[in-house]
Ligand binder design. Structure first.
Ligand SMILES: C[S@@+](CC[C@H](N)C(=O)[O-])C[C@H]1O[C@@H](n2cnc3c(N)ncnc32)[C@H](O)[C@@H]1O
Length: 420
């Protein structure tokens, strides 16, 4: 009796060990299957074309992972510092980029604190300097920042410029200013509530070069003459010395067909119905929150590079630089660290590049008013003495109730007029 009990117990033990090993086996199979599935999904991008990055002679094989390849370029997902380290010396004609800005309040794509910004950026700058051709340029669009809790500006983007020139060796070819006419009146606390600062509506754009002689031509970025200049050209101009001392010769009244642009680029950042946005919406992807308008990279790509030159954006975001280059037939590489932005950027390249072109050799009528932004001359609304007294505390105290514009509008003070 005791023996048969022991045999039954042993049999039960064998049975449960068999079941347990079957369960473990099945589990292992599931894990292996999941791993295989994950592998075939995640690096789908990577395996798309690992060859492509080497085909334009930029990198050493095996070091970087192209996410997407197009006719002229590629999106590489990864840390641009790692990716750039594999680029060959003197292989790039233009770095066109907008890095994460130094912020006092962090955005959701890993902006760096303004105070640490220069140190953070220097390794990237060193790599870009090494990779540039002697004729090459680095163009950086960088917005300013306000000091936390104060109506004063942080100096980080000026410090960056100085470090790039004095420590890394770049030359400041020219400083540009991108004016976004559609910018909202921010920061609201200083601009609309306390009314002690004006709208912050420009980004600085530093055009840096490896030598004082980067290749460039302003003929590539001409603009229509302003209506005032057209009138002048039609009616003629009397050569004379200006009050500023500049001698304006007859040459100024020659109609060259178009005007040389200033270093102020006026473009609203109001993309609202692009293919990219629709692509993101249809797939439930978040569009990049800090995109620059296509006209900004296009200006510099046109002015500073030729067809089949190499353009790299190491902080690519939505890869708009790549989209512009694809259309202008430049070889390009966009590097973006976040997979979700790379996924969204796919939307920029799944149709033929020509479809994104605004106009093909057919400019808008030069006299069309829509081609111009009008900035009122200061003084148009000024009327007599300034009226209202300035806040003696510099706006330190928040007004209880914001005043309307009519309350603030200057009212002439009779006591300030000279008695006749
Ligand atoms: C200001 S956004 C660029 C936006 C882009 N110009 C556009 O119009 O879409 C900066 C981008 O740099 C990316 N980034 C930050 N650090 C990076 C790194 N080390 N390597 C590659 N990308 C990086 C961020 O994820 C962010 O998408």
């Amino acid at each position: 009796m005791a023996g048969s009990k022991r045999r039954r117990k042993l049999a039960r033990g064998r049975q449960s060990r068999k079941v347990a090993s079957r369960v473990v086996k099945r589990l292992n199979q599931k894990v292996r299957k999941a791993k295989r599935r994950a592998k075939s999904r995640a690096p789908k991008a990577a395996s798309l074309s690992r060859k492509s990055i080497y085909s334009n002679g930029l990198a050493e094989e095996g070091k970087t992972f192209p996410f997407l390849k197009t006719h002229f370029g590629q999106v590489v997902q990864g840390d641009s510092l790692d990716v750039l380290r594999n680029f060959r010396d003197g292989s790039v004609d233009l770095f066109m980029t907008s890095p994460p800005f130094g912020l006092v309040r962090k955005k959701d794509y890993g902006n760096v604190e303004a105070d640490e910004y220069v140190e953070w950026f220097k390794p990237f700058a060193t790599e870009m300097y090494r990779c540039l051709k002697d004729s090459g340029s680095l163009v950086i669009d960088i917005g300013g920042a306000w000091n936390k809790g104060y109506p004063t500006r942080n100096l980080y983007h000026f410090k960056l410029l100085i470090a790039l020139c004095e420590e890394i060796g770049f030359h400041l070819a020219q400083d540009f200013y991108w004016w976004n006419p559609a910018r909202l009146p921010t920061p609201a606390e200083w601009v609309t509530v306390r009314r002690i600062r004006v709208k912050d509506a420009i980004n600085t754009v530093w055009w840096l070069s490896k030598t004082p002689w980067p290749k460039a031509s302003n003929r590539r970025v001409l603009q229509p003459y302003s209506p005032a200049m057209q009138t002048l050209l039609e009616n003629g101009y009397t050569a004379k010395k200006r009050p500023s001392g500049h001698d304006i010769s007859e040459k100024f009244s020659i109609n060259n067909g178009a005007a040389i642009p200033p270093n102020l680029i006026a473009v609203p950042n109001t993309e609202s119905n692009s293919y990219y946005l629709r692509y993101c919406e249809e797939r439930g992807l978040s569009p990049h929150p800090a995109r620059y308008p296509a006209e900004l990279p296009e200006f510099f790509v046109r002015m500073l590079t030729d067809i089949r030159d190499t353009v790299v954006d190491p902080f690519a975001g939505s890869c708009i630089t790549g989209e512009v280059c694809e259309r202008l037939q430049r070889d390009w590489t966009c590097i973006e660290i976040l997979m979700e932005y790379c996924e969204a950027a796919r939307g920029r390249f799944i149709r033929p590049a020509s479809a994104t072109a605004k106009s093909v050799g057919k400019p808008d009528a030069p006299s069309d008013e829509r081609n111009y932004y009008q900035v009122p001359r200061p003084g148009v609304l000024w009327n007599g003495p300034t009226g209202d007294d300035l806040p003696a505390d510099g706006g330190r105290k928040r007004p209880e109730k914001p005043r309307s514009v009519s309350e603030i509008a200057p009212t002439p003070r009779s006591d300030l007029f000279a008695k006749s």
